[in-house]
Design a protein around this ligand. Structure first.
Ligand code: FES
Ligand SMILES: [Fe+2]
Length: 452
């Protein structure tokens, strides 16, 4: 089976969502090579703090070292292979100690002690042998506090890999008067019974919200209007849900920017600047920190979502981050995080929390309606009812500049075509080029971008 034959410019074969052999190729050629998000530095503030994380098929642990650095190691004892950290997170003190025979390891993975050394004399097992230490990820790096690891020693640097998509982290941090965010140390973990690509395609799919989320958006708009009529204005969080009642034309007028590595941006101003006292206090802090011009630039950026392909969706204006950990062709773990803007008033944090609970939580109807579509999509693609998945919307109407694909229609399926362009390159063993899509790029506030 040649995966290249499964992708055509306007359609893909259903097996790319269902075939275990394709899934293994994706893990080997994409997830276990590219830079994968491990977590935020504030998840492991103290020496010995650790957080376990899956990279491709590999169990890893991110740990704060005694010198303040962060290491990412395979969560595996070199003696007989037992997992060293059984918990998801915690503090391991000054060493990892294996629960089986008590080999212990420094926080950088080097073996610290092997008990009962008598008995190993004359064998190749010595504490100097690197095989006796925990294996580190090939590369670890961070950007503005967000920690990534790559299991491949080769390939682009983290900055090169992120390319223009690094605006996700800039936009999130720049909205803090201190230029930093810290994680809220609770995440929703959801198992999606669908292929990871459903999620990635859906995030910039502006065609679906007015259909899928109609049953939430329309009643929310009705109540929002009633509250406005009675009280003069409605709390901002009504807008989070009523925005899903935006018309098809409104969604079609937003713009997607699609980078060669599969990353992308949905540009739309999210209407986060009402003139209530909390917003005014926050904006005054921003102006004091950055000056009038830069504060205005930061606060008016036109971003709805940023995707870091193939696993991250960042809603930077509201400090939301969702990370995928594929578990099988039809099974995907998503981690749903949100962050606090350092130095911003508590009321501004509450907005992130409201969005987290109202839109991204598995308990909300918005997320539940998406999950239902993806599960049903997986069932359909596992059936013999047809072989192809259609990405024909606005096909032939894309414009390309410096390798970046644009469409004048927000509802164009250029998003999926772009993601599969990167997918094909990765599965051919290549690194997709970065492209240079700065003109009219995602970091700017665009008059053309509509509010949704
Ligand atoms: S398996 Fe870890 S010490 Fe034996
Ligand atoms: Fe949705």
């Amino acid at each position: 089976m040649n995966p290249q034959t499964l992708v055509e410019p306007d359609r893909v074969h259903r097996s790319v969502y269902t075939d275990p052999a394709i899934f293994d190729l994706e893990m080997a050629h994409i997830f276990e090579k590219v830079w994968v998000y491990c977590g935020h530095a504030s998840q492991v503030p103290h020496p010995g703090d650790y957080f376990t994380v899956q990279i491709g098929r590999q169990p890893m642990v991110m740990v704060r070292d005694r010198n303040g650095g962060i290491n990412v190691l395979y969560n595996r004892c070199p003696h007989r292979g037992v997992e060293l950290c059984g918990n998801q997170k915690g503090n391991t003190g000054t060493a990892f100690v294996c629960s089986y025979h008590a080999w212990s390891f420094h926080l950088d993975g080097r073996v610290r002690a092997i008990p009962l050394m008598q008995g190993y004399e004359g064998t190749r097992l010595t504490v100097d042998n690197p095989d006796c230490s925990m294996k580190p990820a090939a590369r670890v790096d961070s950007y503005r506090g967000f920690v990534f690891a790559s299991l491949s020693p080769d390939g682009p640097s983290l900055a090169e890999f992120l390319g223009d998509a690094k605006v996700a982290f800039d936009d999130m941090c720049d909205r803090s008067p201190e230029g930093e965010v810290e994680v809220v140390p609770v995440c929703h973990r959801v198992i999606q019974h669908s292929n990871w690509k459903f999620f990635m395609e859906n995030q910039l799919d502006a065609l679906h919200p007015s259909v899928t989320h109609q049953s939430t958006g329309v009643p929310a708009r009705r109540i929002e209007n009633r509250v406005k009529a009675e009280q003069g204005q409605a709390p901002l969080f009504f807008h989070y849900l009523s925005a899903f009642a935006s018309s098809f034309d409104q969604w079609d007028s937003v713009q997607t920017v699609n980078f060669p590595r599969g990353h992308g941006v949905l540009k739309a101003y999210m209407g986060l600047r009402p003139t209530d006292p909390d917003t005014l206090e926050y904006e005054a802090l921003m102006k004091r920190a950055y000056g009038e011009q830069r504060a205005e630039e930061y606060l008016s950026r036109s971003i709805h979502h940023v995707l870091v392909y193939p696993y991250l969706s960042v809603q930077s204006p509201l400090q939301q981050l969702r990370c995928l950990r594929p578990l099988g062709p039809g099974k995907t773990l998503s981690e749903i995080w949100h962050f606090r803007l350092k130095g911003a008033p508590e009321a501004i944090y509450r907005r992130a929390l409201w969005y987290y609970n109202l839109v991204n939580s598995p308990a909300t109807l918005i997320n539940a309606d998406d999950l239902e579509n993806w599960t049903k999509g997986q069932w359909g693609l596992e059936s013999n009812g047809g072989d192809w998945v259609s990405f024909h919307r606005n096909f032939g109407g894309d414009t390309e500049k410096d390798g970046v694909l644009y469409s004048n229609n927000g509802t164009s399926e250029v998003v999926m075509r772009s993601q599969f362009r990167a997918w094909q390159a990765y599965l051919a063993g290549a690194t997709p080029p970065a492209g240079a899509g700065h003109s009219g790029g995602p970091a700017q506030s665009g008059a053309a971008a509509r509010s949704v």
